[in-house]
Design a protein around this ligand. Structure first.
Ligand code: A3P
Length: 291
């Protein structure tokens, strides 16, 4: 997989995604009411997609046994900007009801200008680098078992630390949004997978308020949290047996859903390699992960 990645504006992507980013930069016109979910892969995108979709549409789709998330994987419900622009810039986002919710893995520096200049909101979610790496490691092996079978994990860690990861270097991706969230807290909300796990309702209320749909009743929050939980979504038929339009099996997005699960995959010394890079890169930023 690493051999199929190229650098564009300082970050790593597949060739198709680079085309998507260029199309996105040229053609995507953000609206003030848009909500952009930004992540680096494997840091909780699926979870946040479900949560944001449920939050934004909660009056149209109250939690019930007819909720769209029970019948559809979260990915097709939320357009993925650069991937949807990969083949052609003609994809129409205009039919989406406002507020439009779209997702991206684009680094802050490469976002389309209109996302930065409009009043749209960016929710950024990241996850500690060891769990992010391990999640991608397993994802890659599931998606391309033959290509990855002989690829040693030591080499994968080395490539990760050199920045070779979709949207990577991981640390630069995170830091750019981190600093933006400090500079402009009304524009960028910085969320971590770990905090979201630890105090889901508190974080979901914070996200809801940020995107302008705060809660009056406690009940509604817990219903949405429950609906979007790993336990609930991963058991659904559509997420166990389904396929996305690009052929990826939906169950590839639900593996363990834990914090600190890297311990089952990484040796102490490989964990140390990632920790050293993290320490170096995050020094002085005030940013720390708990796992
Ligand atoms: P693991 O591989 O560690 O289990 P992304 O959605 O960005 O691709 O990230 C995938 C990771 O998020 C996977 O982590 C997956 O299990 C986890 N995940 C998916 N849905 C989740 C949910 N509803 N709650 C918590 N974690 C979830």
């Amino acid at each position: 997989l690493v051999s199929k990645m190229y650098q564009f504006e300082g970050s790593w992507h597949t060739q198709a995604l680079i085309q998507g980013i260029v199309n996105c930069q040229k053609h995507f016109e953000a609206k003030d009411s848009d909500i952009i979910l930004a992540t680096i892969p494997k840091s909780g995108t699926t979870w946040l997609k479900a949560l944001l979709f449920a939050l934004i549409h909660r009056h149209k789709f109250p939690v019930s046994d007819k909720h769209p998330l029970l019948a559809t994987n979260p990915h097709p419900l939320v357009p993925y900007l650069e991937a949807d622009y990969c083949a052609s810039p003609d994809v129409s986002f205009s039919e989406l009801p406002s507020p439009r919710l779209v997702q991206t893995h684009i680094t802050h520096r490469s976002l389309p200008v209109s996302i930065k200049s409009s009043s749209c909101k960016i929710v950024y979610c990241c996850r500690n680098p060891k769990d992010t790496f391990v999640s991608l490691w397993h994802f890659g092996r599931k998606l391309a078992p033959e290509e990855t079978a002989d690829y040693p994990i030591e080499k994968a860690v080395e490539a990760f630390c050199q920045g070779k990861f979709i949207g990577g270097p991981f640390w630069d991706h995170v830091l750019e949004y981190w600093y933006e969230s400090r500079k402009n807290p009304n524009k960028v909300l910085f969320v971590t997978y770990e905090e979201l796990k630890k105090q889901t309702e508190v974080e979901v209320k914070r996200i809801a308020e940020f995107i302008g749909c705060g809660f009056a009743a406690e009940e509604e929050v817990s219903e949405i949290v429950k609906l979007c939980s790993f336990e609930s979504l991963s058991k659904l038929e559509v997420n166990r047996q389904g396929k996305l339009p690009n052929g990826i099996e939906t169950n590839a997005f639900f593996r363990k859903g834990e914090c600190g699960g890297w311990r089952d995959t990484l040796t102490e010394s490989l964990a140390e390699v990632i920790d050293r890079t993290t320490e170096e890169k995050f020094r002085g930023s005030g940013l720390k992960f708990s796992c």
